[in-house]
Design a protein around this ligand. Structure first.
Ligand SMILES: NC(=O)c1ccc[n+]([C@@H]2O[C@H](COP(=O)([O-])OP(=O)(O)OC[C@H]3O[C@@H](n4cnc5c(N)ncnc54)[C@H](OP(=O)(O)O)[C@@H]3O)[C@@H](O)[C@H]2O)c1
Length: 252
């Protein structure tokens, strides 16, 4: 199976790194010759297509990783064929706006942790060659409808916010006398631990958190302050704003 990538920017570089780490043969990949394509081609020995037309005619599955506004035009009037799959990573761009003729179209939302094969990748529909390829980048999160996929796409922004919380925690601890590298590692692995414990059990999240909140203890103290300062409302508002932006892309 030959894999094509149209839109070789930040996300595609992470995806490429993860595919190579997973053992995909560089010779089975073809890059559209823009963005970071020439640099990555030289670094990893991945062939370049002459243009997007050439790429689509020579590949079985095409990953679309251009900016959302560029998505419809990037794939228009290309030689799509039956049996081929287009997988769009473009946030907020509905399948109905991706004209790929007789090719199957799927949407997916990998995170840059794809580079280390640790991306929980939302996918709709979650079937066929798209899943077989994307599961090399981390666990697949199948969505039941495109509406649900859109809601799940907000998580791509939450990923960045989580990294910012890690940075804030590490910076605070460093400013209060901790070693910068030690505090960075501790904060990052604490978030990994918090996520893994929830992901790897079916116990209700309220129960898991309740077990941490000793009356009069430090977790309760902090949660009370975060609530009084409006953190829950701010978080919900940020999620809502992202979904509104995504819905705007879908119809733009
Ligand atoms: N970054 C993330 O973490 C992330 C996560 C999930 C989803 N996404 C989605 O992934 C997509 C890409 O994001 P990004 O951050 O990687 O963007 P990016 O760094 O700006 O990369 C986009 C690339 O697309 C290229 N491009 C534009 N039009 C093209 C065309 N017609 N043919 C071939 N290449 C074309 C651009 O090349 P030039 O430089 O030559 O213009 C650029 O290199 C977005 O739709 C975003 O919603 C991103």
């Amino acid at each position: 199976m030959v894999i094509g990538i149209i839109g070789v920017g930040h996300l595609a570089a992470s995806v490429l790194s993860g595919l190579l780490r997973a053992g995909v043969d560089p010779a089975s990949i073809l890059l559209s010759p823009r963005g970071q394509a020439r640099t990555l081609s030289e670094r990893w020995g991945i062939p370049l297509a002459a243009d997007n037309n050439d790429l689509v005619s020579r590949t079985d599955i095409v990953l679309l990783s251009v900016r959302p506004v560029d998505a419809p035009s990037a794939i228009a009037a290309l030689p799509w064929r039956t049996g081929q799959t287009l997988v769009s990573f473009c946030a907020g761009v509905a399948v109905s706006r991706l004209e790929a003729g007789p090719a199957d179209v799927a949407r997916a939302m990998p995170l840059t942790a794809a580079a280390i094969n640790a991306s929980p990748t939302a996918c709709f529909p979650a079937s066929g060659p798209a899943v077989a390829l994307l599961e090399k980048l981390g666990p697949i999160i199948p969505l039941a409808s495109e509406e649900e996929f859109e809601v799940a796409t907000v998580n791509a922004a939450v990923y960045g916010w989580a990294q910012d919380l890690i940075r804030q925690s590490a910076d605070w601890a460093t400013a209060h006398g901790g070693n910068a590298q030690t505090m960075r590692r501790l904060a990052a692995l604490t978030f990994v631990a918090a996520g893994r414990l929830i992901a790897e059990t079916d116990r209700p999240m309220g129960t898991l958190i309740g077990e941490l909140v000793t009356p009069g203890g430090i977790t309760e103290l902090g949660l009370d302050i975060l609530a009084k300062e409006g953190q829950p409302q701010a978080w919900q508002a940020a999620c809502g704003a992202v979904l509104t932006r995504l819905s705007g892309h879908a119809t733009a």
